[in-house]
Write a protein that binds this ligand. Structure first.
Ligand SMILES: Nc1nc2c(ncn2[C@@H]2O[C@H](COP(=O)(O)OP(=O)(O)OP(=O)(O)O)[C@@H](O)[C@H]2O)c(=O)[nH]1
Ligand SMILES: [Mg+2]
Length: 386
């Protein structure tokens, strides 16, 4: 059969990252030989091996690359080029592949079935991979090709012996969606607190750039400002808000109302306090407005200066949720990042656990959590894996 070789970029075009460009079709190996020179020459490109070498377009070297060759169940070859993720290198490689006869398949076409996949879950992974915002998200999603399918098959096997446990496992899997959605769509983190506590300084530190204005004058930030960032590889939006105090004008009344609304809607709230300012009843009121089981962390800022209060003495209920930092000097920020990602649900084990990441998967899994026969579970699993 002489179907055309197709090529697609499976990862986001992120400068500094690694991009995966994939080739599929019965002549994929012929095409590989035209654009790639392995460091150790090989005649037959054995499958399931990695080959290191150079990508070249004619005499021009494009990049070093690691190439993986696989053979699908139907005998077609699959070649993955791992190259540096800058858009220029990826574009050059696609042009070279096109020059040698490959058809370039777009992200939308991958989602619409134009790309071979071993399962519907794998197809969903390919469709979402180019939209992932960080390397960690891309690596986590790639792993779901195996992890999620295996978890579903395990539930089907378990259902034959123990329906109660099978249902419980399905319910646990349903619960993974909220955090998976954060990994794909990003989590919102709002910084709120009294004026002058250092919210804007902390927002800039978390985003790694001086995005918002900082000044010694209380009431500097008026309307909220949001900025995309990544914290320990988790995509987030950091929202800096106006400091909460007795408003001095109508504009500030509106700014504080907006700050509260942002705080209410966020996935996580950072309640930023100035550790170098005396404790006031207003600080206490500010904290008690947030229930203790609320997804919030208390950041006691300006740890580089002499502390003016002990949280243990003034608000003992919040001690376990508190982190001391100096947003200005950077002390404690790594610890804070760790606390943020775990408060958002990303434990160390998260990356290696199965998770559901699409509406289709949720819809297919729900009947499993309520099923009263192994047959229903088997049917749903077959449909989900596809
Ligand atoms: N020493 C010290 N000063 C800090 C620290 N963080 C912020 N500041 C200073 O505190 C002042 C207020 O900082 P901002 O980041 O503007 O505070 P804010 O909470 O955004 O203030 P508003 O927008 O007015 O509510 C500025 O002079 C900052 O330089 C810190 O960790 N240590
Ligand atoms: Mg501010």
């Amino acid at each position: 059969m002489n179907e055309p070789v197709r090529a697609a970029v499976l990862t986001p075009l992120e400068p500094g990252g690694i991009a995966v460009v994939s080739l599929t079709g019965s002549h994929a190996i012929d095409l590989l030989g035209r654009v790639f020179q392995p460091t150790r020459p090989t005649a037959d490109w054995p499958a399931d091996q990695l080959h290191f070498g150079r990508l070249a377009d004619g005499h021009q070297v494009l990049d070093d690359a690691i190439v993986a060759v696989r053979t699908a169940a139907d005998g077609t070859a699959r070649v993955d080029f791992n190259v540096h993720g800058g858009p220029r290198i990826v574009q050059r490689l696609l042009l070279a592949l096109e020059h040698h006869g490959a058809t370039i398949v777009s992200t939308d076409e991958i989602a619409a079935d134009a790309w071979p996949a071993a399962s519907t879950i794998e197809r969903e992974v390919y469709a979402l991979l180019p939209k992932t915002q960080t390397r960690r998200a891309a690596a986590w999603l790639s792993r779901q090709r195996e992890l999620l399918g295996a978890a579903l098959r395990d539930i089907a096997a378990l259902a034959v012996q123990d329906m109660v446990r099978a249902r419980a496992r399905a319910a646990e899997l349903l619960d993974t969606y909220a955090v998976a959605d954060r990994m794909l769509a990003g989590a919102s983190i709002v910084l709120t607190g009294p004026t002058n506590a250092g919210k804007s300084t902390l927002a800039n530190a978390l985003c790694g750039k001086p995005r918002v204005l900082v000044s010694a004058e209380a009431g500097t930030t008026r309307d909220y400002v949001s900025e995309p960032a990544a914290i320990d590889g988790v995509p987030v939006t950091v929202i800096d808000t106006a400091g909460v105090r007795e408003p001095t004008d109508a504009l500030e009344v509106e700014a504080i109302t907006r700050a509260r609304r942002q705080a209410a809607e966020a996935d996580l709230r950072l309640l930023v306090l100035d550790g170098h300012a005396a404790w006031t009843p207003a600080d206490g009121q500010f904290l008690t407005r947030f229930a203790p089981d609320d997804p919030s962390l208390v950041v006691v800022n300006k740890a580089d200066l002499t502390p003016e209060f002990e949280l243990e003495a003034v608000a003992p209920a919040w001690v376990s949720a508190a982190v001391a930092v100096s947003a200005q000097r950077g002390d404690g920020l790594d610890g804070l990042r760790g606390r943020i990602v775990s408060a958002l649900g990303f434990s160390d084990a998260w990356n290696a656990q199965p998770a559901v990441f699409s509406q289709r998967q949720l819809d297919g899994l729900r009947p499993m959590a309520a099923a009263d026969s192994a047959a229903i579970i088997a049917r749903q699993v077959a449909q989900l894996i596809g």
